[in-house]
Design a protein around this ligand. Sequence first.
Ligand code: ATP
Length: 149
Amino acid sequence: EEIELISFCDQIAQTFRRTGHREIKLQSEVKEIQAMTIPGKLEQVLVILLDNAIKYSDSGIEIMIKREMDDIFISVKDQGPGISPEHLPHVFERFYRVDSSRARKTGGNGLGLSIARSLVESFHGKLGIESEVGEGTVVTIILSHRILI
Ligand code: ATP
């Protein structure tokens, strides 16, 4: 299905702004990005990423959308505690949780990111993560070669 990504992301962010009482900025250099994707699955992925950003940080969240050639990047950025380099490669594994005390406090099973990655791969995209302890975390959905215009 062809959708306009910026308004699609903004609609999802809007429900989190209301219920999560958190500022969520949407940033894009262009006004519209049309893409071929599976909206229900993309929504599930964004919900998992926004859920984590809200759960693990207490400041503002940013969604950044950009297009470079045939690739579309949708990033969810938070200014939370970040994830240390020894844990970072494992966060997409099922049931992996970084810090048991933090994990106990926030709840969850360590499934969100592994589900998100499977969903993104099911529509031929990629899911990446960058994180810096004390700075925050950026999780990026890359949709490849799915652009119509
Ligand atoms: P759930 O199954 O409810 O999603 P979860 O949040 O523990 O539980 P994942 O989403 O897979 O599971 O995340 C795995 C681990 O990665 C988390 O336990 C957390 O330690 C770490 N993590 C994920 N996102 C962030 C983030 N934005 N900032 C800091 N740590 C994160």
